[in-house]
Design a protein around this ligand. Sequence first.
Ligand code: ZN
Length: 422
Amino acid sequence: MKFFLLLFVSLGSIVQVVAQRACGTGAYWQTLLKQDPEMRARYTRIEGAADELLPVSKKSQETGIAEAPVITIPVVIHVLYQTAEQNISDGRIQSQLKILNDDFRKRNSDTSLIPAAFASLSADCGIQFELAKQDPEGRPTTGIIRKRTDQVSWQQDDKMKFSASGGNDAWDSRYYLNIWVCNLNRSLLGYATFPGAAPEKDGVVIRTDVFGISGSQSSSYSRGRTTTHEVGHWLNLKHLWGDADCGDDGVEDTPPQKTFNSGCPSFPHVSPNSCNPLPSGDMFMNFMDFSDDACLHMFTFGQRQRIQQLFLPAGPRASFLQSAALDEPWNFTDVPVNENNAARSLLNVFPNPASEQITLRSADRHILKEGAYSIYDFTGRLVISGFVTDSRYIRIHRLKSGIYLIRIQSSSNSLSAKFIKE
Ligand SMILES: [Zn+2]
């Protein structure tokens, strides 16, 4: 009896250790940094820029927030399922989008639970999320891809990000936030890339049962905050303790923290041997700590600043401001596929005016796959030429402002259109 009691107590403590928020991002990112020197160089530059962020007074930050437009991130959800239950409903996906939008816009109803000592630091990050309306080919999409897979469970090895290994390839990560929802192994809730990752791996992976509002009474992670936390990493936010004993998260207004918190601490919570001298203790209700979903409520102004910096010109996520993923899609089904159809003579360029890149649309799909293009300025001088690739994106960022003509040609057709470079 004594033995069984002892065993029970020991198991109880093991379960408690396992029950901390299992975010794999720290270990995953360290592995990538070791494996990929080019990525390490990119990330070092991004971190260097983040370190140069000047402390800004709260008042001037608030003024800046009033002026800054809200940034909308197009999202594509890759649902990889092996059982019918894992093929989660559209409603469940919508519930996750709402949580992301509430948390990053400070519209979550539980902001009222932030202790007074931290309430004035709680910030609207000025970021929102929307399911993509068009795919990388310009076709209509719901922004949700469902794919049956034979894989019973997934590891932190990126196989879900590639069709060749039973997952699903990322959509162009310059213009889409890719979120893979799959049956990650039980010791893992999710993991993410920081900015600077290889484009085909860039994005967030979330375990199916903790994605969206699951309604599970027994789970500490049933309110969609795992995705808020992992998207926080994708937006360059680190864990509050900097993944080290009293490490640095690169944010000015989060208190130093010895290590992660778990469960639902009560305020004020000061860790033993804490490096935090403040009586208010740890900011355990910050989305970048490991507390339970029900006890996470806020990002800070400093975290907002790190996020916003990614979208400045030349910032690592600035390409999202040029994304066409939320534009109304070109409806291919409206155009009868007929060799003699007048629609085949139409070439559409979007966006127009454009500043970074243009995408081409035409009912003649052949010319878009294999055509050669030439861009001329208003004097008729050839300025850029090349072949149209499957992505149909053409970079025009080096062109001067003005009006240009683009002509594409295949063996059987020739199309042209004007566009404006901003
Ligand atoms: Zn994390």
